[in-house]
Write a protein that binds this ligand. Sequence first.
Ligand code: SAM
Length: 219
Amino acid sequence: MDEKELYEKWKRTVEMLKAEGIIKSEKVERAFLKCPRYLFVEDRYKKYAHVDEPLPIPAGQTISAPHMVAIMLEIADLKPGMNVLEVGTGSGWNAALIAEIVKGDVYSIERIPELVEFAKRNLERAGVKNVHVILGDGSKGFPPKSPYDAIIVTAGAPEIPKPLVEQLKPGGKLIIPVGSYHLWQELLEVIKREDGSIKIKNHGGVAFVPLIGEHGWRE
Ligand code: SAM
């Protein structure tokens, strides 16, 4: 499939997500159209990149399904200039979408060195310059660039990691799947109030690979 065909199929996926009410905002639609998923998968998977399902990436991990990424970005309601941390870089796709919406620097942390390299290569090829990929345990957040307006975690945790709440600005939001190790969690929106307390909204069942680290699951 050539690039033109890949893009046509991708546009249809975006239209479908809009028709289903999953993509709600213009900013998420624009980011999806600017950063198609096929730029963030290995060549052999490009022809499936428009299908609304997760796909394999190296090191036994996955790039999330387009609807899942759209749901998280709509909940995040990001605005230009926001300081955002993503935990679980994987392919770099979600980080590229975030960067497109905030129109500035994004920090994304990944624990597997092979994926740090994979994401950096994908981002470079896609011409995305303002995503900073860091190797490390994102369950501890990334204190040097905190506090954050939003932290988006794309792996499932056993509970809400305290350091992530601490690294949010008052009024900031943490979006994180919390639940069991084996692919079943609830997608939580954790809002930090001005007084430092938290309010939690549950957005329902999701299936992510585990967040492995000091404040996640143990290997
Ligand atoms: N956001 C990614 C994308 O756009 O391709 C998909 C992420 S994939 C579903 C989850 C990622 O989280 C995996 O790459 C995994 O290695 C990573 N991960 C798991 N535990 C982590 C941790 N403690 N810190 C950083 N990354 C972690």
